[in-house]
Design a protein around this ligand. Structure first.
Ligand SMILES: [Zn+2]
Length: 185
């Protein structure tokens, strides 16, 4: 099924059509109670996440599993080291039930949109209903950067990516021609 490779909208050759079609799909709900396939998908996502040192979060469709599962750091951001066992959380079938506060604008990157950043406005406080990795129902409030990551990862479950936002877009100056071509299509 998945080997931990993160799908990307583009690569050195240009637009990555196969990956794009997966990343653009709307992911389906995980069955409740979780079946064997769901538990395997959750574990694969966790393993793929823990292998990396460059991810704040990861959504199942990014590794080719179009199921509503996300994993994210809750501590140790930007430390460029692998996530510690207690520093991450998994949400299954997450649903934002409340969003509060004045939206905050910040440049975001995404492993599926390599080398670019886009300024995106997101709520600083959200309440989420979901299931945890064990299949237990949870309802939890998240703040600031963690709230931002969760909103970003839930976007993935709906096939939405940072390039869909209208904010300023940044890419390396020496790759101007490459990205102009990517974004004209
Ligand atoms: Zn992303």
């Amino acid at each position: 099924m998945a080997n931990g490779k993160v799908l990307t909208l583009w690569d050195e050759e240009g637009i990555n059509k196969k990956d794009t079609s997966v990343l653009r799909k709307k992911s389906s709900d995980v069955p409740v109670p979780q079946d064997k396939a769901a538990r395997a998908a959750i574990q694969t996502l966790i393993d793929s996440f823990l292998e990396r040192d460059d991810a704040s979060g990861l959504a199942a469709p990014q590794i080719g599993i179009t199921k509503r599962i996300i994993v994210f750091r809750t501590k140790g951001f930007g430390e460029k080291e692998k996530v510690k066992p207690d520093d991450f959380e998994v949400l299954v079938n997450p649903r934002i039930t409340q969003a509060r506060g004045e939206k905050v604008t910040m440049a975001e990157g995404c492993l599926s949109c390599p080398e670019i950043q886009v300024e995106i406005s997101r709520f600083p406080e959200i309440k989420v209903r979901a299931f945890n990795a064990k299949g237990e129902k949870i309802s939890k409030r998240y703040l600031d950067y963690v709230a931002r990551i969760i909103q970003h990862e839930i976007d993935h479950l709906d096939g939405k990516l940072i390039v869909d936002y209208e904010g300023n877009l940044y890419y390396p100056k020496n790759k101007e021609k490459y990205f102009e071509k990517i974004f004209e299509g």
